[in-house]
Design a protein around this ligand. Structure first.
Ligand code: PRT
Ligand code: MG
Length: 208
């Protein structure tokens, strides 16, 4: 008798890139997760369920055992205290870069550099390593606006094509981190459901 296994995933690009991987290892949801309003989806494997949550909530659900495993962007994991999670596998999906960006037409700033970002932990670490003192302003979205409206000198944000920066008169100057999505595992589940989780990891390793 197999234990049940719950996998936490977020809608959007992570789900879009995870479903083909799951299909390759023989896990297919009962309904299209993009269309369904259900937050818990069964799959063709009676013991495997998918739970659909916000990207930033994935590490929290997995840490507290609401889900046994999850798929989360490294950006999200860098902002979460990940000592409470195992991170056994880089899935190499939903890739992008965490970058420092500034206005193409630099405005003359004096005093301490102000950085607007949703990624305060990663940004603070980066500037500490550089030995540069900055003021970090936490925002939850639309960081690109901050330099335009004079809230900050620069931003730290995720960049894929660079189109969003460009459209807002910004350019990336430094790569802080190469981001991809990782498989994360609840620590207790890793013990209690060891065989099943190992099987999942091995199967995923073969298809990435
Ligand atoms: O949107 P929501 O608040 O629900 O959560 P979320 O934004 O965390 O979810 P989602 O689905 O947007 O992103 C999930 C994960 O995808 C992130 O945690 C990253 O690990 C990864 N990822 C990969 C990205 C991007 N590429 C990306 N380009 N996440 C966000 N972006 C955004 C970026 O923030 C910027 O606004 O896309 C814009 C830049 O894209 P370009 O192509 O214009 O450079
Ligand atoms: Mg988003």
């Amino acid at each position: 008798m197999l234990n049940s296994l719950t996998i936490a995933i977020s809608k959007g690009r992570i789900l879009d890139e995870t479903l083909p991987l799951l299909e390759k290892i023989g896990i297919v949801p009962d309904e299209d997760p993009d269309k369904s309003r259900k937050l818990i989806l069964g799959t063709n494997q009676s013991n495997v369920k998918l739970i659909i949550i916000r990207a930033t909530d994935v590490p929290t659900y997995v840490e507290y055992g609401g889900a046994d495993v999850g798929i989360a962007g490294k950006d999200v994991l860098l902002e979460h205290d990940s000592s409470e999670l195992y991170e056994p596998l880089d899935l190499g999906i939903a890739k992008c870069r965490l970058m420092l960006a500034e206005p193409v037409q630099k405005k003359s700033g004096n005093g301490r550099l102000r950085i607007a970002t949703k990624y305060t932990t990663a940004a603070r670490q980066y500037f500490t390593n550089q030995g540069v003192q900055v003021e970090i302003i936490k925002l939850y979205g639309s960081m690109e606006l901050a330099p335009v409206l004079g809230l900050a000198d620069k931003i730290v944000d995720l960049v894929d094509t660079g189109n969003t920066l460009k459209a807002n008169g910004l350019k990336a100057t430094e790569t802080i981190y190469h981001i991809s999505s990782r498989l994360v595992v609840n620590k207790a589940a890793m013990k209690l459901k060891r065989e099943q989780i190992k099987k999942l990891i091995t199967a995923l390793e073969k298809v990435i």
